[in-house]
Write a protein that binds this ligand. Structure first.
Ligand SMILES: [Zn+2]
Length: 219
């Protein structure tokens, strides 16, 4: 509870007013948008905080019950009745305003904290989505394989004694269904990006070969 004071300058009797430079609105705006200026502004506001006479603005307030105050009270013509009224008013007046400001500041702090956390979370989610889309892009790149006419052509063939490319029933089912030789023309009808295997169709058979043996024939 704040004490009743008397102003030596104007004879005001009552509570002092807390004077703070700047504005709360500005403080909130700064805190909402930039952390650093908000801190500086708040420190400046706190350091400027002082008690002053609400009537004349001077800081010449002294406790009403101090010996010095008696002279002022007498000079200002303040009666005992007025003095008691002021004291009663002091007791009654709660710190409603302060409470309200406190709630606003806490509210702003909470909102600020939530927005900060949510922005961090959205950043994390965004980077996760990036990784996902990158993986998807890679898959797409692999499945970008162009189906169509291919020719059996590879330098590697020179190193194989049989000079033949075996056509398998499937990548996993190693059943020989046919053979290809250098220069043969095939239709690639499907591509397995995981194993880089091509489904080839010749006049006689359909089966799977490693795509490395094949070269695209221009349309
Ligand atoms: Zn005053």
């Amino acid at each position: 509870m704040e004490k009743t004071l008397v102003c030596k300058s104007c004879g005001y009797l009552g509570k002092a007013k807390t004077v703070t430079k700047g504005s709360l609105g500005m403080e909130i705006v700064l805190w909402l948008f930039f952390i650093f200026p908000g801190v500086i502004y708040s420190i400046w506001r706190l350091s400027s905080k002082h008690k002053a006479c609400p009537k004349c603005g001077n800081t010449t307030l002294i406790p009403y019950d101090s010996p010095m105050a008696q002279k002022t009270i007498a000079e200002a013509g303040i009666t005992e009745e007025t003095l008691n009224e002021a004291k009663e008013a002091d007791k009654k007046s709660s710190n409603d305003k302060r409470q309200l400001i406190k709630f606003i500041l806490i509210g702003v702090g909470v909102v600020y904290g939530i927005s900060l956390i949510s922005s961090i979370i959205s950043d994390i989610t965004a980077s996760k989505t990036d990784i996902q889309s990158q993986a998807e892009n890679q898959e797409e790149a692999q499945s970008d394989f162009e189906l169509g006419t291919y020719k059996v052509e590879s330098e590697e063939l020179a190193y194989i004694d049989s000079k033949e490319v075996r056509i398998w029933k499937s990548f996993s089912e190693r059943k020989l269904v046919g053979k290809l030789y250098e220069g043969d023309i095939v239709e690639v009808t499907s591509h397995d990006p995981e194993n880089d295997y091509c489904q080839v169709k010749t006049e006689d058979v359909t089966g799977w070969v490693a795509c490395g043996w094949l070269k695209r024939v221009a349309k």
